[in-house]
Design a protein around this ligand. Structure first.
Ligand SMILES: CC(C)(COP(=O)(O)OP(=O)(O)OC[C@H]1O[C@@H](n2cnc3c(N)ncnc32)[C@H](O)[C@@H]1OP(=O)(O)O)[C@@H](O)C(=O)NCCC(=O)NCCS
Length: 276
């Protein structure tokens, strides 16, 4: 039996830990520019793309950036939400400008072909159009500090050129630099290519917080999964260890099997050289 002294010590430890976690979130969220330590990652010159990255805050978005964010999310995501889109669009509209929203905007850099070096060279002209963005936040999940990716959206013409992977790697650096315990994100089940991108290419797994893992029957009614990548053992235990009963685990195994086969189908399709 636990005595009063043990209970008091435990409570103190919990409060102490909460203080530390709150402090980490506050420190990360109060950074003026979380990209500042990563200046060498702010240019992307690969596969014919010449891009530059810039940070942003939800509370300080210009009217044109807000419109851009909404248009791109709609263009990329409406198909995956189906009938739920009108409701979801309102939520996204509100989330987009929350004070805790942090952004990475991707801009196309005007270029010219250098005749001597035979490659694209940035000109001195001012940067051009936005071509994609990431919306992320530093928040607490299950009493641990995490970087939550709300949106990763690239225009179709720049997809499949390594930029999504590059941005996720940059987010991982930002998360680790700010002592976050994991990266967490939500993906629509219908968005099979994003599921494949995160799970098969970037090593994310379906989190134990995901509805399908909490209760497979509830999971069946939900259109999304929560994915995560943990950076330490405590986060792994909280976000990745599944505490389902053997019967529930059997359900889960069946669902995971279903998704796995979907991923494999896409994998085959992708490696066959087909263009989506
Ligand atoms: C999903 C998304 C962010 C991926 O970014 P991307 O720049 O297109 O992907 P990358 O070029 O970095 O690809 C990384 C890897 O994933 C694979 N991949 C990416 N998209 C894929 C697809 N549709 N089908 C199969 N594989 C895919 C690539 O082959 C690559 O593999 P490699 O590392 O072995 O070469 C981007 O396609 C996108 O913005 N999609 C629309 C919006 C969306 O669905 N966002 C995610 C919401 S949660």
């Amino acid at each position: 039996m636990e005595g009063v002294a043990e209970r008091t010590t435990k409570r103190k430890q919990i409060l102490e830990k909460k203080k530390v976690v709150d402090g980490l979130i506050r420190a990360a969220s109060s950074l003026k520019n979380p990209l500042a330590p990563f200046s060498e990652f702010l240019n992307y010159n690969l596969q014919g793309l010449c891009l530059s990255l810039e940070g942003g805050h939800g509370a300080k978005l210009s009217r044109s950036l807000k419109q851009y964010v909404l248009n791109l999310v709609k263009q990329n995501m409406q198909q995956h939400y189906g009938d739920e889109w009108p409701k979801e669009e309102k939520v996204k509209c509100r989330d987009m400008v929350a004070p805790e929203a942090r952004y990475i905007f991707v801009y196309e850099v005007p270029t010219l072909v250098s005749s001597t070096e035979k490659r694209l060279m940035p000109t001195n002209e001012h940067k051009n159009d936005v071509v994609g963005f990431v919306h992320y936040r530093f928040i607490t999940e299950e009493e641990l500090p995490v970087l939550y990716v709300y949106e990763l959206q690239l225009e179709p013409r720049i997809q499949g050129k390594g930029l999504g992977k590059f941005l996720m790697q940059l987010l991982e650096l930002i998360a680790r630099k700010n002592c976050m315990a994991a990266i967490v994100l939500t993906v629509q089940k219908a968005n099979l290519s994003a599921m494949f991108f995160y799970t098969s290419k970037l090593g994310y797994c379906i989190s134990s917080m995901s509805p399908s893992r909490v209760d497979p029957l509830v999971g069946l009614r939900k259109n999304y999964e929560i994915l995560c990548k943990s950076f330490d053992q405590e986060a792994k235990n909280k976000f990745e260890v599944h505490l389902l009963s053997p019967e529930q685990n059997t359900y889960c195994g069946q669902f995971t099997g279903f998704f796995k086969s979907q991923f494999e189908l896409i994998n085959d399709f992708w490696s066959s050289g087909a263009v989506i």
